[in-house]
Design a protein around this ligand. Structure first.
Ligand SMILES: [Zn+2]
Length: 163
């Protein structure tokens, strides 16, 4: 078995008058993440981890924010496309571990829905998609609720071809 590890990180600003998309779901909040797409920081970190594990560059290479067709795009589409790119290289996903770093809102109650959406897109059992969350104890830009961060690591395996 040929395994590859990947890591991704993503940041977005939090601003008023934006929908708050996180982990593929819409979360009720006073602010939303700002970006060219729907700015789903968790899905972007997972895309980057996946692409990185396969040494396929990063999300900005495949889905540049200068591409008008990607304006406000649902990041679940980017996740699906990233998954197709690694599948084309012969990889499948073993598991994902991720951490969200945000001051508010509490996302614990939303985690099962996020896991279900992500696992569905990636053809994984929900227990292969770990989503954790932390605050920065009110320190820094995360603590001031100016932005949020997502970190993701992933393990891919490549099935060896029988010759
Ligand atoms: Zn992003």
């Amino acid at each position: 078995m040929n395994c590859r590890i990947g890591f991704g990180i993503d940041f977005h600003q939090l601003v008023e008058d934006r929908e708050f998309w996180l982990g593929g779901i819409l979360i009720p909040h006073t602010k939303g993440a700002l970006g060219h797409s729907d700015a789903d920081v968790l899905l972007h970190a997972i895309c980057d981890a996946m692409l990185g594990a396969a040494c396929l560059g990063d999300i900005g290479v495949h889905f540049p924010d200068t591409d008008a067709s990607l304006k406000n795009i649902d990041s679940k589409i980017l996740l699906k496309k990233s998954f197709e790119l690694i599948q084309k290289e012969g990889y499948s996903i073993v598991n994902i571990d991720s951490t969200l770093c945000l001051q508010s809102p509490k996302i614990k109650d939303h985690v099962p829905a996020m896991q279900s959406v992500i696992a569905g897109i990636l053809s994984l059992p929900a227990n292969a998609v770990s989503i954790k969350a932390t605050t920065t104890e009110k320190m820094g830009f995360v603590g001031r609720e100016e932005g949020l961060v997502a970190y993701a690591s992933i393990l891919l395996e490549k099935m060896s071809t029988i010759s």
